[in-house]
Ligand binder design. Structure first.
Ligand code: ZN
Length: 140
């Protein structure tokens, strides 16, 4: 998943998904777009809660939507975040919990794309963001 056209399409989906984020407390909206191995895209936004610990990140919203629809193999996820109604000014890296959830389903080729725009982005292997991660192989 390194073709620029596909990456830009996935980033645009993440940017669009920010519009549906629910972030009345932080006003920091995140959009994520997850590409399945079959080529489908699932999007998600962060969903905050007055009880902050009940909040969910955009990345996990997208992943849980896809997993709940039966998908288990993913090619890449694009992430874009910034203050509500503003274009991203920095890369929005996934939090530790989201990296762990990605690790549950990510194959060796899974890519994490953090983007400010379709022209300004970085591509990482999950291994770079979650080295020596704890996974299913650790407990089998
Ligand atoms: Zn997260």
């Amino acid at each position: 998943m390194t073709e620029p056209v596909k990456i830009k399409m996935l980033i645009q989906a993440a940017l669009d998904a920010r519009a549906a984020a629910y972030a009345p407390y932080s006003c920091y909206t995140v959009g994520a777009a997850l590409l399945t191995a079959e080529g489908e895209i699932y999007t998600g936004g962060n969903i905050e809660n007055a009880s902050y610990g009940a909040s969910n990140c955009g990345e996990r919203t997208a992943i849980f939507k896809a997993v709940s629809q039966g998908h288990r193999n993913f090619a890449a996820i694009a992430i874009a975040g910034g203050m509500e109604a503003e274009s991203p000014t920095d890369y929005a890296y996934p939090c530790g919990i989201c990296r762990q959830v990605m690790g549950e389903f990510a194959g060796a080729d899974f890519k994490v794309i953090v983007a400010k725009s379709t022209e300004d982005y970085q591509v990482y292997a999950l291994e770079e963001l979650l080295p020596h991660g704890f996974g299913g192989d650790s407990i089998r």
